[in-house]
Design a protein around this ligand. Structure first.
Ligand code: PLP
Length: 439
């Protein structure tokens, strides 16, 4: 008999949701359905799928069984009603905002978020699409409230921000969204659902870069958009015509009428993926499903290791400051305790090495165990020097304002033995700072 995972625990869902044994072969591991298209039973079946009267598998740009299994698992882990898996975390923002935005409309976004998202919102969404972002300090609810007007269509923020670990007060911002009649979209990449479940605190939509902790092993690009099913599109029909007005590309159906709480997810698949096209590959969905099986265990160890590294850095004579929200004296620690499981704060954070740009770069180069690259959330420890890479296009004054000065380093702490991680950091700090003394 089929297992209903909906009422089971988080770890059981992480192993079983969406992936029953294969009914044809008995394979226990969920198959990689590496097929672009799926045969119609007959002409009526084909016609029904194209008119959305049937939602079977047809073409892998929209729907694929392995990708569908991942969508089901992610929806259950976040406590949502539906999920659209996409090609990357950046694609998730596009598919998340497509049903909400129109040229000339606005959205409010936290300014302390991933630099790639800042670029996407500023250069492409605002300049090319006319989706006008208004940046706010998400730690200041009054500023968020003041930025909203009749053109605003959503609020966007990260639960724990990359790279500086700002933790937003999800409940306070969700209340502001509710009273403005707009959805709150939370990028939950850094926390993952193992640590934080934004729907339980009032968020309406969640996005992920599954490239990071969800897939977990640095093997698969991917993204996801998950819907709580709680936002009433019909009540705010004037703002959201994509979901609440007739759609000319599908016989003038109204998505909110036809699909109820699944309207936003179905739109993401049958319009977002159909017309914009960033589908996730079945192989990446398979790798991500496998990664998720150990998500909770990994997030605990990532967070425990990160806390030990942050404590070590704080006491180190070559370090100016450490910004890790899991440290009890962090301004964000009360919010970590409120929103993150067991006060775990994940494993991405920044610190400033004593010195300037040359010490920052030298530290990254001198590490031996850490990999110097542009990724986070791998099992292995990773490092980057943001001012010369991810944030090199951000003006220096702005970099300093957002806590990413020239001597700032971002770490993503992995699952290696903590003694080895700390020894590597210690030798690199000494080598990087001595280098200057010798010069
Ligand atoms: N959101 C966050 C918080 C990220 O850190 C990243 C990438 O680092 C993204 C989104 C974009 O994800 P991707 O690189 O999978 O497109």
């Amino acid at each position: 008999m089929a297992l209903d995972t909906k009422k089971l625990g988080f770890n059981t869902k992480a192993l079983h949701a969406g992936t029953p044994p294969d009914p044809t072969t008995g394979a226990r591991q969920f198959p990689i359905h590496q097929s672009t298209a799926f045969v119609f039973n007959d002409a009526q079946h084909g016609a029904d799928m194209f008119a959305l009267r049937s939602m079977d598998f047809s073409y892998s740009r929209m729907t694929n069984p392995t990708v569908d299994a991942l969508q089901k698992r992610l929806a259950e882990l976040e406590g949502g009603v539906g999920c659209v898996a996409v090609a990357s975390g950046i694609a998730a923002h596009l598919v998340a905002l497509l049903p909400l935005m129109q040229p000339g409309m606005e959205f409010v976004a936290s300014s302390r978020i991933y630099g790639g998202t800042v670029n996407q919102f500023t250069n492409t969404f605002r300049e090319r699409f006319g989706w006008n972002v208004k940046w706010v300090d998400i730690t200041n609810p009054e500023e968020v409230k003041a930025a909203i007007n009749e053109k605003t269509r959503c609020i966007f923020m990260e639960s724990i921000s990359n790279p500086s670990g700002v933790v937003a007060d999800i409940e306070a911002i969700a209340k502001i969204a509710d009273s403005a009649g707009i959805p709150l979209v939370v990028d939950n990449t850094i926390a993952s659902p193992a640590l934080c479940r934004p729907f339980e605190h009032g968020a309406h939509i969640i996005t992920h870069s599954t490239t990071k902790y969800l897939s977990g092993h640095g093997t698969a690009m991917g993204g996801a958009v998950i819907d709580s099913g709680k936002f009433d599109w019909k009540k705010h029909a004037d703002k959201y015509p994509s979901l609440a007005a007739p759609n000319a590309s599908y016989d003038n159906i109204v998505f909110a009428d036809q699909f109820g709480e699944m309207a936003y997810t179905v739109y993401g698949i049958v319009v977002g993926l159909r017309d914009v096209g960033p589908c996730q590959s079945p192989l990446n969905a398979f790798l991500t499903l496998s990664g998720i099986e150990t998500l909770s265990l990994r997030m605990e160890r990532h967070s425990e290791n990160a806390l030990k590294v942050a404590e070590f850095l704080k006491a180190h004579p070559c370090v100016e400051w450490v910004s890790y929200s899991g440290l009890p004296d962090s301004q964000f620690f009360p919010l970590v305790k409120k929103y993150m499981k067991n006060g775990y704060a994940s494993s991405v954070f920044t610190f400033a090495i004593k010195g300037g740009i040359s010490e920052g770069k030298a530290f990254a180069e001198k590490l031996k165990l850490f990999s110097f690259l542009a990724n986070i959330g791998d099992t292995r420890s990773l490092v980057i020097h943001p001012a010369s890479t991810t944030h090199s296009q951000v003006p220096p004054e702005r970099r300093a304002q957002i806590g990413i000065g020239e001597n700032v380093v971002r770490l993503s702490i992995g699952l290696e033995d903590i003694e080895d991680i700390i020894a590597d950091i210690d030798q690199a700090l000494k080598a990087a700072t001595n280098q200057k003394a010798a010069a």
